[in-house]
Design a protein. Structure first.
Length: 126
């Protein structure tokens, strides 16, 4: 959600500091990007202005080498169904109405028991 002007400023700063006219002063810049997340915030900006402030819409984006991660290494096999559901929502495949799976609802509905259910309060209360 960083505004494209911030990337332009960093690029120019690195060129000035290194005195090299290559992109980002010849330094390697690593970005982890998921464009399904939040767009940059543009105060009182229209939808088109907000989208235009995104790095992906700037000519600088074409100079990046893009690598795609294809395997979710952080998801356990038991949670694979839930992670696939999240990806479908991010890609807009779930439609207009999204139904939360049962895993999103806690078995215990009492907030006090959710937070402190494992505490034995009778030991400290007379």
């Amino acid at each position: 959600m960083t505004h494209v002007l911030a990337f332009i400023a960093v690029e120019r700063l690195l060129q000035d500091l290194t005195n090299i006219s290559l992109l980002f002063g010849g330094k390697v810049i690593l970005l982890c990007v998921d464009f399904r997340q939040v767009l940059p915030v543009v105060l009182k900006g229209s939808r088109s202005l907000t989208v235009a402030s995104c790095l992906k819409k700037h000519k600088l984006w074409s100079k990046f080498i893009k690598l795609n991660l294809i395997k979710n290494m952080r998801t356990l096999e038991t949670k694979r169904k839930f992670s696939n559901w999240l990806l479908e929502i991010g890609e807009g495949k779930s439609g207009d109405n999204v139904m939360l799976p049962d895993i999103c609802y806690p078995a215990e509905q009492n907030p006090a028991k959710q937070l402190c259910g494992d505490l034995n309060l009778s030991a400290i209360m007379p």
